[in-house]
Design a protein around this ligand. Structure first.
Ligand code: CA
Length: 503
């Protein structure tokens, strides 16, 4: 079993694969000078004060004091470098034409009549214009699931699209376009089969017309609670519309589709220093296979790519894609600056406990989940893609905000990598959990779907775990398998990204 992981020739640090005691001879002639917790770094050479600390072949930071060979390097010992400039980033100089051959080229999905990506599930999604209706809708949905859904066996679920937006907001502020676009696009999610059903209050700022267009604002699609006489009338109106919609959805059938009809989202959360060694590179390998077979894969999380943005720019297929990438980074830099912070506000206490010293180290691990494919398109938050291949969608890194943004972009499922563990899930699309280390899988044996821990210990290769994940993704997309989050119904609230003022 491997004792430590050094990632590139240039690195002057390595991470230990297990807790290691002070005095351990970790490699011939190198004794550890401190106790080193699992996944944490130790110095491979003496590093002078202000010297570079290098992992992934990049400078994570500069030593605040001299660091002796064999010492523990934690987050208190380095100074953050400045982020790379986004001006004039070289593009198209790293276009990989040798992606790994995919073992399967089709999946069983619900063809999208709109021509957009296919559905992976058959769900009645009940849209809402405003948070005020959530209580009533939740009562109705419980009743629908109990009394009506069992009559329609081809429908997987009934999901209330509850959110905190809709009223008490500056609806005409320029930045309001982001939450409005997110909700409009979630309405059109492929898993809802083009069926519209909206519950509105009647006095909100996000009007039904704004959400689904005036042409769709009909009594067949919309219930206005303020127009109902009493509580029972509200519930009955929702139940009777739901039954009509379930009848339509029940006729949907899976069919064999090319992978060009599949859109997969990638996210990570609760990362550790192994995320970039095992889980994310394995996901990256699966992503490369998906892209090779014609599928579309999306990765996101601006603050977690910002310090490695030049590596993404190198993979952009055109100047236009590179420019959009640069503009999204500038927008986010300004957004953070207005709050008087920068990307260094990102890492969480758990990330640091897991050995991630700063955002540069976290970003290098995060980017690994995008594999090596050319980047064909860059999206603003919650935009829908128009291309096939690897796509970067510039969303916040917060798990609960990135998830709804990717959902709005139309992902059929999400692959979620974690080192520390998170039970995060989405109601409208399955979420697959991949963990970075064996201890995580032991702890949450019935929450984590796939462990990449054997890559850390050297017992499996990235290619092996990546192929296993690729096959699991297609089985989940085809409805043959359900990830744990879906089996248990772990459905997080949809936090819609709203950078605009609340009134
Ligand atoms: Ca995240």
């Amino acid at each position: 079993m491997r004792e430590y992981v050094k990632l590139t020739e240039r690195d002057n640090v390595a991470v230990v694969t297990q807790d290691k005691a002070k005095g351990t001879e970790i490699m011939p002639g190198l004794k550890l000078l401190d106790d080193i917790p699992q996944a944490h770094k130790f110095a491979l050479v003496d590093i002078p004060k202000d010297g570079e600390i290098i992992r992934y072949g990049v400078v994570l930071g500069y030593a605040l004091d001299a660091i002796k060979r064999g010492s523990w390097i934690n987050e208190h010992m380095l100074r953050l470098p400045t982020s790379p400039s986004v001006d004039n980033m070289p593009w198209g100089i790293n276009i990989n034409k040798n992606l790994p051959e995919a073992p399967r080229k089709t999946f069983m999905g619900y063809k999208n009549p709109e021509g957009f990506y296919a559905g992976t599930r058959n769900i009645l999604g009940i849209q809402t214009t405003v948070q005020c209706v959530q209580g009533v809708l939740n009562v109705a949905v419980e009743k629908i699931k109990r009394e009506i859904l069992p009559k329609y066996p081809n429908v997987d679920d009934v999901v209330a699209i509850n959110h905190a937006y809709g009223c008490g907001v500056a609806i005409n502020a320029p930045l309001a376009e982001i939450p409005i676009r997110a909700l409009q696009n979630i309405t059109k999610h492929p898993n809802f089969g083009g069926v519209l059903m909206v519950v509105s209050l009647g006095c909100e700022k996000l009007t039904v017309e704004k959400l689904i267009g005036p042409e769709n604002n009909t009594p067949e699609n919309v219930i206005v609670l303020q127009d109902c006489k009493g509580f029972d009338a509200m519930i009955n109106a929702i139940l009777s519309m739901a039954e009509k919609k379930l009848k339509i959805l029940n006729a949907r059938k899976r069919e064999e589709l090319p992978l060009s009809d599949l859109l997969v989202g990638m996210q990570c959360g609760g990362s550790d220093a192994f995320s970039g060694v095992s889980a994310n590179p394995s996901a990256g390998y699966a992503a490369d296979m998906l892209v090779q077979a014609g599928a579309t894969v999306m990765f996101s999380e601006v603050t977690e790519v910002r310090d490695g943005v030049n590596f993404i720019a190198e993979r952009c297929v055109s100047e236009e894609v590179r420019d959009k990438l640069a503009n999204e980074m500038r927008w986010y830099d300004n957004y953070l600056a207005e709050g008087q912070v920068d990307r260094s506000a990102n890492p969480a206490p758990g990330n640091k406990k897991g050995g991630l010293s700063n955002i540069v180290e976290k970003a290098m691990g995060s980017i690994a989940k995008s594999g090596t494919s050319p980047i064909v398109e860059v999206l603003s938050p919650a935009e829908r893609p128009t291309k096939h291949g690897m796509i970067y969608a510039a969303t916040p890194a917060s798990d609960m905000v990135c998830g709804p943004c990717q959902l709005a972009s139309g992902i059929g499922l999400q692959v979620f990598m974690t080192g520390r563990g998170t039970p995060y899930g989405l109601a409208a699309a399955p979420v697959i959990k991949v963990c970075s280390r064996n201890e995580m899988k032991d702890q949450w044996f019935d929450v984590i779907d796939i462990s990449a821990g054997a890559v850390v210990t050297g017992e499996k290769t990235i290619q092996e775990v990546g192929t296993e994940l690729f096959n699991f993704i297609l089985d989940v997309a085809s409805g043959v398998k359900k990830p744990y989050t879906e089996q248990y119904g772990l459905h997080n609230f949809l936090c819609i990204f709203n950078p605009a003022p609340i009134t």
